[in-house]
Design a protein around this ligand. Structure first.
Ligand SMILES: Cc1cc2nc3c(=O)[nH]c(=O)nc-3n(C[C@H](O)[C@H](O)[C@H](O)COP(=O)(O)O)c2cc1C
Ligand code: SF4
Length: 407
């Protein structure tokens, strides 16, 4: 099976294939390809849904998500830098499959080198794209800007805020038309799956999730960077490959809203179901090694402070929830915590997961659930003994963050 970061594919007309649109969709369905942008939805099912919605003469769009919302996980940038032709070919094949003549490559405003490279690749490839117009679109900046409904709002020149689903973009996306939103990493698989057939792709990774995944290994490792690994690889193997430091405290999986697992969980594999079972997710595919001296409660507090800043703020559970959690955690790390803070955090996390409008607020409570489950003794030490077990917390609040009715 070819690898994403392997040899560049032979050049030729982009998207050109003898395979019919229906057969493209069928091959992708049979390949078992799942979206690489975080949620792992079936790409074949998404192509099929867009094709179905477009059947009534509503011409669809393709949006290639190359935004890299988590700036510590520059996966799209790596791919666009090393394999721009493969990404463009994937966009062209997706457009051919669903019958789109317009596609957008959606990038982060700070990705200036990526933008320059993508523009150069586009101008070289212009004559190979046939009647497909591909435009580069720049997102708003910030973590939430990578979320698909926010990307569509930005492409429509509206405020960068998420929107309720259903209807999903496959039925009603950009300008109300069917829209295929797919990460550039997912699209980059289409050329080999369609031209070589789905079997080679299926033969790697796991039965539930075939193929490889680009991951960004960061933190306490000697060789941080973007690596290509098969689904089913253990977190320990991935960290060892990057030269992990001894005496690790935790493994943070999935980027800013991902879960923090105890370092002993080295045998957990890179797999949607297995990560979900331990309270994490693939998310931005950042795997961060957290060193021994870190206070996990303070780390959760830092993450929530970041999320409170980054929330698009359109829905109450996320806008208010991230702020409240930030405040409660700051109280605990300032020696002001009470036992009742723990069920309060759990309750806010549950409400966020249940009622938030997009994946941002739905997945953020993973930080609370995993740290409270795996490092409960650290929370207790702050609350019961008024001390940080690592001795690294400095008070940041002089009064508790309170709610209207005291717990
Ligand atoms: C807060 C947030 C940020 C996201 N950022 C990105 C991103 O940078 N790139 C990306 O491809 N998907 C991102 N996603 C996922 C997209 O919403 C969408 O599911 C994805 O682009 C679909 O492509 P896929 O099916 O190929 O994974 C983000 C989601 C959330 C909730
Ligand atoms: S969950 Fe957060 S980021 Fe998503 S729509 Fe609600 S406020 Fe915006």
């Amino acid at each position: 099976m070819s690898r994403l970061l392997g040899d560049p594919p032979a050049s030729g007309a982009l998207g050109a294939t003898e395979v019919s649109p229906e057969e493209i969709v069928s091959r992708v369905e049979r390949s078992g390809l799942r979206g690489r942008g975080g949620a792992g939805y079936s790409t074949g099912a998404k192509l099929r849904a867009v094709l179905g919605s477009a059947a009534g003469g509503r011409e669809p769009f393709v949006v290639a998500n190359g935004y890299d919302a988590d700036r510590q996980s520059p996966i799209a940038a790596t791919l666009l830098e090393r394999q721009p032709r493969r990404v463009l070919d994937g966009i062209a094949i997706a457009a051919r499959a669903v019958g789109a003549t317009r596609a957008y490559l959606y990038l982060h405003p700070e990705s200036t080198a990526t933008r320059t490279g993508a523009l150069a690749a586009l101008s070289t490839a212009a004559s190979d794209l046939g009647d497909l117009g591909v435009e580069i679109a720049i997102g708003p900046g910030g973590f939430a800007g990578g979320e698909e409904s926010i990307a569509l709002a930005v492409l429509e020149s509206r405020k960068a805020m998420a929107r309720q689903r259903p209807p999903y973009p496959a039925r009603e996306g950009l300008r109300g038309r069917p829209t295929l939103v797919q990460s550039v990493e997912t699209l980059a698989w289409l050329p080999s799956i369609v031209r070589e057939g789905p079997d080679g792709f299926r033969a790697s990774g796991t039965a539930a999730t075939p193929g490889t995944k680009l991951v960004s290994v960061t933190g306490a490792v000697a060789r941080p960077g973007v690596y290509e690994v098969g689904f089913g690889t253990t977190l320990g193997t991935i960290l060892d490959g990057a030269g992990v430091a001894a005496g690790l405290k935790a493994i943070h999986v999935g980027g800013p809203t991902g879960g923090l697992l105890a370092a002993s969980r080295r045998d957990v594999t890179l797999d949607y179901a297995e990560l979900a079972a331990v309270g994490a997710h693939l998310g931005s595919a950042q795997i961060r090694a957290i060193p021994a001296e870190t206070c996990v409660v303070a780390e959760a507090g830092r993450l929530f402070a970041y999320l409170a800043e980054e929330s698009c703020a359109i829905c109450v559970p996320c806008r208010v929830g991230t702020k409240r959690v930030e405040g409660i955690l700051a109280g605990i790390t300032s020696g002001l915590g009470r036992t009742a803070d723990l069920p309060w955090l759990t309750e806010i996390g549950d409400q966020m997961a249940r009622f938030s409008l997009c994946g941002f607020g739905i997945t953020a409570p993973q930080i609370l659930r995993t740290t409270m489950a795996e490092f409960g003794a650290e929370y207790r030490a702050h609350i019961d003994d008024g001390r940080c077990p690592t001795g690294t917390c400095a008070p940041t609040r002089v009064r508790r963050y309170e709610r209207m009715v005291q717990p």
